[in-house]
Design a protein around this ligand. Structure first.
Ligand SMILES: Cc1cc2nc3c(=O)[nH]c(=O)nc-3n(C[C@H](O)[C@H](O)[C@H](O)COP(=O)(O)OP(=O)(O)OC[C@H]3O[C@@H](n4cnc5c(N)ncnc54)[C@H](O)[C@@H]3O)c2cc1C
Ligand code: FES
Length: 511
């Protein structure tokens, strides 16, 4: 039974337990007992929007496909998004044009627009009831010194082929000084869409296995927690690539965003989709069982950074109450997406020399069209067909600015790797001193331990070193998880992997 839409007043400091509206309102068939097949033409790792789109197109192209999902279908980032299906990606096109050229911006825009149209036609053809609704998309500013850059963005987006223009006014209760309006975009219920795609993968002869975490690749053998598969082609669509090759961990930045949702004041949900160019607060409308709702996102931070997540949720709910008519909060959730150093996703061969290993990642907060476009690029490449965005998205491109971006991001990682260790080594607190609800990385004897005392007073301790590359984890007080600031792995208080790139749990704790 989905949670009631009664909720908590948006202005209150008490908010409901984290739960995605999409996961709550779209029950899924259980595929956790589906046996792992011994072989397949293609093994797709990850049943998010990138993996399932790739799988469906390949199954329709006559390939035998198995999708191996560590958790449940569409319960990863794609089940925790705000689900704007839009080719307007913030103020992207001026940056793309100046960095990669006008042709690149056109190719990017065309791939996103085609993805939006494919979702529109496919959901209609297959009768997938995912609430696909057309809406105009706005990126606006309330700051004088951002207006000119939005005018440039409007020109760049229009030159890239999108129906974009500069608008003086928007239908949101903010003191906007101007906006880029892109007409004819859309939003939907992402999990209903993906459950529909999953069913279609199976109808086309594919197999989907849940609770099968890929842990390694030996040649063409994918090792999973539930058995091995030998596959002709392997597609890594695990959001953050889980294989430690290709230095992806050095080329992706994980940024976490919060979302709150609930019934709209006066039953009037926003009719468009809005994003503040400066603060990155965003909002869209939605209707669940006849109740108009507001879905607002923002308050981003780097995963694992030492921030008070609860306070950020409250700030977001307050903003959505004041500006977007969020009356009560029934659902809140968070997730992170990964951005690349040059603003383009990595979609193509995993490494320059690998023939049968593919990757799709780095959608930079815009994976609804980005992941769908990635599925089209990968399916075309595996089926030996051309795709206009194949070269642009190739993960093995590299320019001087990207090298600089990699260097800067790795300085941040090094700071976490070294700085957090030094700070924690000085913190030899007694575990007995931890109050209910508290969590801390502490030195116990010679070891660093991630310790959390739950509200019932029970102490949970696990090793504090992330099993990906050894950074120290940090507590997320809202989700009650240990999050790694280096590349975004997340673990439960029992140490189990919640999100990769880590594939192994934290060491079970001493004490
Ligand atoms: C808060 C928020 C709001 C957003 N809003 C928007 C928006 O409005 N519009 C938009 O276009 N984009 C938005 N995005 C971005 C978008 O949601 C993502 O880019 C997209 O969902 C990523 O899809 P994916 O398929 O790469 O990853 P996922 O959906 O995470 O799929 C990857 C799957 O791989 C599985 N997996 C992981 N490790 C393994 C393993 N070892 N073995 C097997 N399976 C594994 C995971 O369990 C997961 O199911 C938002 C992102 C966030 C965080
Ligand atoms: S995610 Fe890479 S070290 Fe933790």
């Amino acid at each position: 039974m989905p949670r009631s839409l009664q909720g908590y007043p948006a202005r209150m400091t008490t908010l409901p337990e984290p739960l995605s509206l999409w996961v709550d309102t779209a029950p899924a068939p259980d595929r956790t007992a589906v046996p792992v097949p011994e072989e397949a033409d293609v093994a797709v790792l990850g049943a998010g929007i990138a993996g399932l789109t790739t799988a469906l197109l390949l199954a329709r192209g006559g390939r035998s496909v198995v999708v191996l999902e560590a958790e449940r279908v569409a319960a990863g980032v794609s089940g925790h998004t705000t689900a704007k299906v839009s080719a307007q990606h913030g103020a992207k096109y001026a940056e793309l044009t100046s960095r990669h050229g006008a042709e690149a911006a056109k190719t990017y825009a065309a791939a996103q627009a085609a993805a939006c149209e494919w979702i529109a036609t496919t959901s209609a053809e297959l009768g997938i009831d995912c609430g696909f609704t057309r809406a105009d998309s706005y990126v606006y500013t309330t700051r004088e010194n951002t207006v000119d850059s939005l005018k440039e963005e409007a020109d760049a987006a229009a030159a890239a082929g999108l129906p974009a223009s500069f608008a003086e006014e928007i239908a949101l209760d903010v003191p906007a000084l101007g906006a880029v309006r892109t007409t004819g975009q859309a939003h939907f219920h992402p999990r209903r869409w993906l459950l529909g795609l999953a069913a279609e993968v199976e109808r086309a002869g594919g197999t989907i296995v849940e609770h099968a975490r890929a842990t390694a690749l030996n040649g063409q053998t994918v090792r999973t927690s539930r058995g091995d598969v030998v596959a002709g082609e392997v597609v890594v669509a695990t959001h953050y690539p889980v294989l430690d090759r290709g230095l992806y961990f050095a080329r992706l930045e994980p940024i976490r965003d919060l979302v709150v949702a609930g019934p709209a004041a006066g039953n009037a949900a926003p009719s468009g989709m809005f994003l503040d160019a400066d603060t990155h607060h965003s909002v869209r409308g939605y209707t669940e069982e006849g109740t108009p709702m507001v879905i607002a996102g923002g308050e981003h931070y780097r995963v694992g950074a030492h921030v008070n997540v609860e306070r950020r949720y409250q700030r977001l709910a307050g903003w959505a109450d004041a500006h977007a008519g969020l009356h009560r909060v029934t659902h809140r959730w968070s997730a992170h997406d990964v951005s690349t150093v040059d603003g383009l996703p990595y979609v193509g061969r995993y490494l320059p020399g690998t023939a049968n290993l593919w990757v799709a990642t780095g959608f930079g907060q815009w994976g609804m069209t980005g992941g769908t476009a990635a599925g089209h690029v990968l399916a075309a490449r595996i089926l030996g067909e051309p795709h206009p965005a194949a070269d642009l998205f190739d993960p093995n491109r590299f320019d001087a600015k990207s090298v600089l971006g990699v260097a800067q991001d790795n300085l941040t990682v090094a700071r976490y790797l070294v700085g957090d260790h030094v700070a924690a080594l000085w913190r030899a607190e007694k575990l007995d001193d931890l109050a209910p609800g508290d969590a801390e990385v502490v030195r116990v004897g010679g070891e660093l331990v991630a310790a959390h005392r739950d509200e019932a007073g029970q102490l949970h301790t696990v090793g504090a070193h992330c099993t990906h590359l050894g950074c120290l984890v940090s507590f997320n007080d809202a989700e009650k998880t240990w999050d790694c600031p280096c590349h975004g792995s997340r673990f439960g208080v029992d140490g189990e992997v919640v999100q990769g790139p880590a594939v192994r749990p934290l060491r079970r704790g001493p004490a």
